[in-house]
Design a protein around this ligand. Structure first.
Ligand code: ATP
Ligand code: MG
Length: 276
C-alpha cells in the first residue's frame, strides 16, 4: 500500500451498547500498528470512551472536537486540522465530546446531516496519510451512526453471543446498512466479530451457530477469530491502556493480534495486494 492510496474506512457498529465496539477499535488499532500501519480513529460516540482512553492530553478533548469540524460550514482540511495525538505515535484520534448530543438534536431534521463526515473526508486529502480510519460509533441508529456508515467502506458488527438483546437489534441495524448503501454504494458488511466469547456459558456455541446461520443466508461471514471473554480488558480500560500494554499475555491480546492478522489477510485478497 502506498501513501497515496486513500485509507480504508471501517465502522465498528451495532445498535446495542456494551458489545465491544470501543474495545475492538482501540485494540484492533493497536494491533495493526504492530504491522506498521498508520491509524486514525474518528470518535463518533458522544460517550467518547475512545477519546478518553487514548488521548495523550485529555485537555484536547475539549479543545478539538469532531463537532467543531461538522459545524464549520466552509473550509478544506478541517478534519486533519483537529487530529490529536494518542500515546501511540502511529494512532491518531479525532475526539468527541458530550456536545455531540446537542448537535445531533439540532441537525436531526436536516436531510443532509448524515453527509457531514463524508463531505469533510472528501475535502481532506491529508487523510490519505493513514492506512486505516476506524469509526467508533454510539449504541443507536442516530445521526452519528448514519454519518459513520455514509463515510465507510466496510462495517464490522461486534456481537457477544451471550447478549440476547444485541441479537434482537440486528435486523434494524442491517436495515440501516441497506438504506445507507443506496447512498454509499461502496459500503459493505465485512464480517461479524464474536466478542466476549465464553465457552463455559451454556448457550455460547449454540448462539454462535445461530448467528452464523443468520448471516450466511445474507452472504456475510463471521471472523474466524473470536474475542474471548477477558477480564483483563476491563482492567486495561481502567488504566487507560490497550490490552497489549496492560496485559500482553492475556487472551484478549492474543485474540486482537489474531484478528488484525485475519483482517490484513482479508484485505490482501480483496485488494489483490499484500497488506500483511
Ligand atoms: N472480550 C471482552 N471480555 C471481557 N470484557 C469485555 C470484552 N470486551 C469488552 N469488554 C467490556 O465490556 C464493556 C463494554 O465494552 P465496550 O465499551 O467496548 O462496548 P461498546 O459496544 O463500545 O459500548 P457502548 O455502546 O456503550 O459504547 C466494557 O466494560 C469492556 O471493558
Ligand atoms: Mg463504545
Amino acid at each position: 500500500m502506498t501513501r497515496q492510496d486513500p485509507p480504508i474506512f471501517i465502522t465498528l457498529g451495532n445498535r446495542k451498547g456494551g458489545v465491544g465496539k470501543t474495545t475492538s477499535v482501540i485494540n484492533l488499532a493497536s494491533s495493526l500498528v504492530r504491522h506498521g500501519k498508520k491509524i486514525l480513529i474518528i470518535d463518533t460516540d458522544p460517550q467518547s470512551n475512545c477519546s478518553s482512553i487514548l488521548l495523550n492530553n485529555t485537555k484536547d478533548q475539549t479543545k478539538y472536537s469532531l463537532i467543531d469540524a461538522l459545524e464549520a460550514t466552509e473550509g478544506e482540511g478541517l478534519l486533519s486540522g483537529i487530529v490529536c495525538s494518542t500515546y501511540h505515535p502511529r494512532i491518531k484520534i479525532i475526539p468527541n465530546t458530550a456536545r455531540c448530543m446537542l448537535w445531533e438534536r439540532k441537525v436531526a431534521q436536516q436531510s443532509d446531516a448524515v453527509m457531514g463526515i463524508s463531505r469533510l473526508i472528501s475535502k481532506d486529502p491529508a487523510l490519505n496519510h493513514y492506512d486505516f480510519v476506524f469509526f467508533d460509533t454510539p449504541p443507536n441508529l442516530g445521526v452519528m451512526m448514519n454519518n459513520a456508515l455514509m463515510a465507510s467502506d466496510y462495517v464490522i458488527i461486534p456481537i457477544p453471543p451471550s447478549d440476547q438483546f444485541s441479537l434482537d437489534g440486528l435486523a434494524a441495524y442491517l436495515d440501516l446498512i441497506g438504506a445507507m448503501r443506496k447512498h454509499n454504494q461502496k459500503l459493505q458488511l465485512l464480517a461479524v466479530l464474536i466478542t466476549k466469547y465464553d465457552p463455559e456459558w451454556g448457550n455460547s456455541l449454540n448462539n454462535v451457530g445461530l448467528i452464523n446461520k443468520y448471516f450466511s443466508k445474507k452472504g456475510v461471514g463471521i471472523f474466524n477469530t473470536c474475542i474471548r471473554n477477558c477480564p483483563e480488558i476491563d482492567i486495561a480500560h481502567v488504566a487507560r491502556k490497550t490490552i497489549f500494554e496492560s496485559a500482553p499475555d492475556s487472551n484478549g491480546a492474543a485474540d486482537y493480534s489474531a484478528l488484525s492478522n485475519e483482517l490484513l489477510e482479508i484485505f490482501s485478497v480483496i485488494y489483490g495486494k499484500q497488506f500483511v
